[in-house]
Design a protein around this ligand. Structure first.
Ligand code: IPM
Ligand code: MG
Length: 364
């Protein structure tokens, strides 16, 4: 019996999370597991009901669960709240910190059926299989933030970017272990030509590289990396980087997979893992049954693998997604670039969720 905290959150979160639960139920039925789901509010909807985006009860539920499945949080309705009550800063970042989730895994894999769905050329993205490991509980997002008045009547804003040897070592060792399970190539991304925190980052990586001689280590500046990702993405196996660089690079890298709606994530490192799509709450399409649930379904697969050690079950979900895509089923985000492709079958959120769940029961 695995206990899962289910936090749909805001916007499209409430539409995509039930699709992932359907997939988990299909796995349970096929493989004889028992998943127990407990739902709670987080984000803007939690603020509306309880006056805080991360109610104590929600946090307590997460801590006593075996894993957390999260949809997305935030939206224009809550953008004007005082900064500590905004869903991002008041709920998502503290949730990651409280659960000690320092490692964020974002696998950018191109499913063959989606070769034509990306805005990038087929010969560039074909065969892409990158694992981005983003440091998730340090750096700029967690540093001191302040506003001050300046003598000229204007203002001055400050965000502090700090990393310690300990924080860097922890995530980089994690990345080396991951590289050992893959093609044994690690690219560490920093801005060591300008930032002191990046110079420490690079020193720590260079020292650790000596302990992992079986893994090829390279260093790359973040600006160059953003260019290399769309120039020649197959050069990358595992990328390890700090919090903000990882945030930005993974949105970019999602287009290698066809759509940001395809990019799952696992946040691990503490007792309880958190699984959420890499995208946001998409207020522009919320409530329209249009959102792509696959990133959330693939995040549930990562939960099976990383929190429960159910590797075959995780693969089952991934194979089901692959098979549905190969049959031409596409949510609107994946249709745009493939207009005119004869085999394309446009579907909505719920239908996509049903198709994957059915396929989980039948694929080999
Ligand atoms: C992500 C998101 C979040 C982040 C936001 C919503 C705070 O962009 O998970 O990538 O920056 O981590
Ligand atoms: Mg992001």
């Amino acid at each position: 019996m695995y206990k899962i905290a289910v936090l749909p959150g805001d916007g499209i979160g409430v539409e995509i999370v039930p699709q992932a639960v359907k997939s988990l139920q299909a796995v349970a039925a096929r493989c004889g597991h028992q998943f127990e789901y407990t739902e709670a509010l987080v984000g803007g909807v939690a603020y509306d009901s309880f006056g805080h985006p991360l109610p104590a009860e929600t946090l307590a539920l997460c801590k006593r669960s075996d894993a957390v499945l999260l949809g997305a949080i935030g939206g224009p309705k809550w953008d004007q709240l005082p900064v500590e009550l905004r869903p991002e800063i008041g709920a998502l970042l503290p949730l990651r910190k409280e659960l000690a989730l320092f490692a964020n895994l974002r696998p950018c894999i191109l499913f063959p059926g989606l070769l034509q769905a990306s805005t990038l050329k087929e010969e560039v993205i074909s065969g892409v299989d990158i694992l981005v490991i983003r440091e998730l509980t340090g750096g700029l997002y967690f540093g001191e933030k302040k506003r001050e008045k300046t003598p000229d009547g204007g203002q001055q804003a400050t965000d502090i970017l700090t990393y310690s040897t300990y924080e860097i070592e922890r995530i980089v060792r994690f990345a080396y272990q991951a590289a050992r399970q893959r093609r044994r190539r690690l690219c560490s991304v920093d801005k060591a030509n300008v930032l002191e925190s990046s110079r420490l980052w690079r020193e720590v990586v260079s020292d650790l590289a000596l302990e992992y001689p079986d893994v090829e280590t390279t260093h790359m500046y973040v600006d160059n990396c953003s260019m290399q990702l769309i120039r020649y993405p197959r050069q990358f196996d595992v990328i390890v980087t700090e919090n903000m660089f990882g945030d930005i690079l993974t949105d970019e890298a999602s287009m290698l997979t066809g759509s940001i709606g395809m990019l799952p994530s696992a946040s691990i490192g503490g007792q309880v893992g958190l699984y959420e799509p890499s995208h946001g709450s998409a207020p522009d399409i919320a409530g329209q049954n249009k959102a792509n649930p696959l990133a959330t379904i693939l995040s549930a697969a990562m939960m099976l693998r990383h929190s429960f050690g159910l590797n075959q079950e995780a693969q089952l979900v991934e194979t089901a997604v692959r098979s549905v895509l190969e049959d031409g089923y596409r949510t609107p985000d994946l249709v745009q670039a493939s207009v005119g492709d004869a085999g394309i079958k446009p579907v909505d959120t719920i239908t996509m969720g049903d198709l994957v769940a059915e396929r989980i029961q039948t694929v080999d």
